[in-house]
Design a protein around this ligand. Structure first.
Ligand SMILES: Nc1ncnc2c1ncn2[C@@H]1O[C@H](COP(=O)(O)OP(=O)(O)OP(=O)(O)O)[C@@H](O)[C@H]1O
Ligand SMILES: [Mg+2]
Length: 241
């Protein structure tokens, strides 16, 4: 089953800037799909449209069988989002922030405790959001995105700014999320991360999808040992040097 289905999606900002120029791709239920591409390629724009934060200009977008933007209220209830710039409530504590999202999604009160445990946040439960380090703010963002038991998670650069250990923790968490049957669409600039985590990748370049494949297929195509090398070879072939 296709949990995300996108056909010929366009996004034009301010009637001038063509951020997405007719992209098509899908995400199968249960898989981890990574959107890759240089700065400004259109990754966040895509994630924002799929998670109903921004509207498409044209094209077909279906998330969990619901049409975007027409059925966005259904979509919002069922997906979790880790935005590129997560802004928690800075004066509220970790626990209060998570509680807010659990209540918003009408989850059980016990979920607050569970999420703090999963994300290793118990020690910081009484700390105000603004006093957390960048890595712990990310953890809170991920905890909040899991409130309400979503079946699909959008993560925009989930590990940016994390120290190597915390990055591994988030990788394990994403793997665990997949094990629970949750599909994940993530964006990242870390190609080792994409290689390790994703079942399939889509590469966006200047608002167009230039590759849809598995990490292994791309590495084979360019005869490289790592996704990073294969990606760089692809970028070079596209004239981005
Ligand atoms: N609200 C907006 N108004 C006008 N242009 C925008 C807006 N948001 C994004 N853009 C432009 O659309 C293009 C795609 O931006 P987007 O944020 O989707 O890129 P990205 O692939 O997420 O990049 P990054 O890797 O840097 O996060 C860029 O040229 C950006 O400047
Ligand atoms: Mg982005």
């Amino acid at each position: 089953m296709r949990i995300v289905d996108v056909e010929n999606l366009w996004k034009v900002y301010n009637r001038r800037k063509e951020a997405l120029r007719g992209i098509s791709f899908h995400v199968e239920s249960g898989e981890i799909f990574a959107l890759l591409g240089p700065n400004g390629a259109g990754k966040t724009t895509t994630v924002k449209i799929l998670s109903c934060i921004s509207k498409p200009t044209s094209g077909k977008v279906e998330v969990m069988g619901y049409s975007v933007p027409d059925q966005c209220s259904k979509v919002r209830e069922r997906v979790g989002v880790v935005p590129q710039e997560f802004q928690g409530f800075s004066d509220l504590t970790v626990e209060e922030n998570i509680k807010y999202f659990v209540k918003l999604y009408r989850g059980e009160e016990s979920q607050v405790e569970e999420l703090m445990k999963t994300l290793d946040l118990l020690e910081y439960r009484k700390t105000r959001f603004r006093n957390l380090s960048g890595g712990y703010k990310r953890r809170v963002a991920i905890a909040c995105s899991l409130a309400g038991d979503p079946k699909l998670l959008f993560m925009d650069e989930p590990t940016v700014g994390l120290d190597p250990r915390s990055r591994r923790d988030v990788w394990n968490l994403i793997t665990e999320v997949k094990r629970r049957g949750i599909s994940v669409l993530l964006t990242t600039h870390y190609l080792d991360e994409a290689q390790k985590l994703s079942d399939r990748i889509g590469i966006i370049f200047n608002g167009k999808i230039v590759r849809l494949s598995t990490p292994g297929e791309l590495m084979e195509e360019f005869r490289k040992q790592s996704l990073e090398e294969a990606y760089l070879a692809l970028m070079e072939s596209l004239g981005d040097v």
